[in-house]
Design a protein around this ligand. Structure first.
Ligand code: PLP
Length: 377
């Protein structure tokens, strides 16, 4: 009996069998023709890596156990002890903690570059052994949009690689390779998988050489994603385009409601005409602005945030993002907790800052919930 499943089955196996030593030699002689051991590669993690590679328009990728593992793999692809990394100051707190607290112990140092200097004043931060610039297409949590072409030009002029975390934008909005990026990484946990039921990451390379390097790092550091998680992520990916349309549409409506509400002090959403990078975001994001909306309550206090959280029925406080169901997070207490109070103030992450992950539910239901939760204050 021949079985032809339409969907790749879950190869829930840690190892693969060989007929004899000839077959073992074929494994090493014809890379990609067979599987040996799932940490080195598995049909499911390879399917995910291939799908993300295709979406981003790269040359190859490694699927990793988390977005953090993806950042680690990206830095390890270009750096060794004694090297230096430039990192956008506006970045996921876990990324900066990895660089400042862990990679620094291995001799890879970091300097943070304020948003305004990323494209115009990069040489002021570079050192003789600076290897790369790490930034996010749309930053977490204040949704600043970086001009990727300008960042790539600035980095390349100094001989640095540009590594882009494309988690918030997704390749549906922006494909950083088209703007000059060298590596593109994702927390697949977020939009790519999309259902808040997977922890995964991916790093895609522009060149086959870098892709091979990433795969070696995945194998030797043991970062490769498991078959089951890969399978779930591949399933989620199939609806990425449809989901992103709904996320973006709903987020725009939510941002417009927030702007009008007197309990809200400031709204951060690239789709609002008043957003400082609105024009750039429109061009770079193919007319879409993403599903994340942050806002500062007019009463910029933790008590006001707690009251809002208790009143909202449709935005549970769940410190992640990008699932089909809406949620909210509190950057000062979760993603950016590792920063000092001074660093948070500098970035604008104050006590009353709330980050909404707008889901794909009927917009009217989300708007009604936010209206009542803000009115209740
Ligand atoms: N990059 C961004 C922009 C994120 O928001 C996160 C997590 O929130 C990560 C990377 C890390 O991903 P993970 O939680 O899958 O390790």
């Amino acid at each position: 009996m021949k079985i032809h499943p339409k969907i790749t089955p879950i190869y829930q196996t840690s190892v693969f069998k060989f007929e004899d030593l000839n077959e073992l030699e074929l494994y090493f002689g014809e890379p990609g023709s067979r599987y040996l051991y799932s940490r080195n590669g598995n049909p499911n993690s390879d399917e995910l890596a291939a799908a993300v590679t295709q979406l981003e328009g790269g040359a190859g990728a490694v699927a990793t156990g988390s977005g953090m593992a993806a950042i680690f793999a990206a830095v390890m692809a270009y750096c060794e002890a004694g090297d230096h990394v430039l990192c956008a100051a506006d970045i996921y707190g876990g990324s900066s903690a990895l660089l400042s607290q862990e990679l620094s112990r291995l001799g890879i140092t970091v300097s943070y570059v304020p948003f305004a200097d990323l494209t115009t004043n990069l040489p002021a931060y570079a050192q003789p052994r600076t290897r790369l610039l790490l930034c996010e297409t749309i930053s977490n949590p204040l949704l600043r949009v970086i001009d990727l072409r300008a960042a790539a030009n600035a980095a390349h002029a100094l001989g640095l690689k540009l590594v882009v975390d494309n988690t918030f934008a997704t390749p549906v909005l922006t494909r950083p390779f088209e703007h000059g990026a060298d590596l593109v990484m994702h927390s697949v946990t977020k939009y790519l998988a999309g259902h808040s039921d997977v922890t995964a990451g991916a790093v895609v390379a522009r060149t086959p050489e870098d892709a091979a390097r990433l795969r070696q790092i995945g194998t030797l550091f043991g970062l490769t994603l498991s078959p089951m998680e890969s399978w779930l992520a591949v399933r989620g990916l199939k609806t990425l385009r449809l989901r992103m349309e709904a996320h973006c549409r709903n987020a725009q409506a939510v941002a417009e409601l927030l702007v009008r509400h007197p309990a809200v002090g400031q709204v951060f959403y690239p789709g609002l005409p008043g957003h400082p990078q609105h024009q750039l975001a429109a061009v770079q994001g193919a007319g879409s602005f993403g599903g994340m909306v942050s806002f500062r309550l007019a009463d910029d206090t933790t008590e006001a945030v707690s009251r809002f959280m208790r009143a909202s029925q449709r935005f549970p406080f769940a410190p992640s993002l990008a699932g089909v169901d809406s949620s909210l997070s509190y950057p000062a207490g979760t993603s950016h907790r590792a920063l000092t109070e001074e660093q948070r103030q500098e970035l604008g992450i104050t006590a009353g800052l709330v980050r909404l992950s707008v889901g794909i539910e009927p917009a009217a239901e989300l708007l009604a919930d936010l209206q009542q939760a803000l009115d209740a204050k």
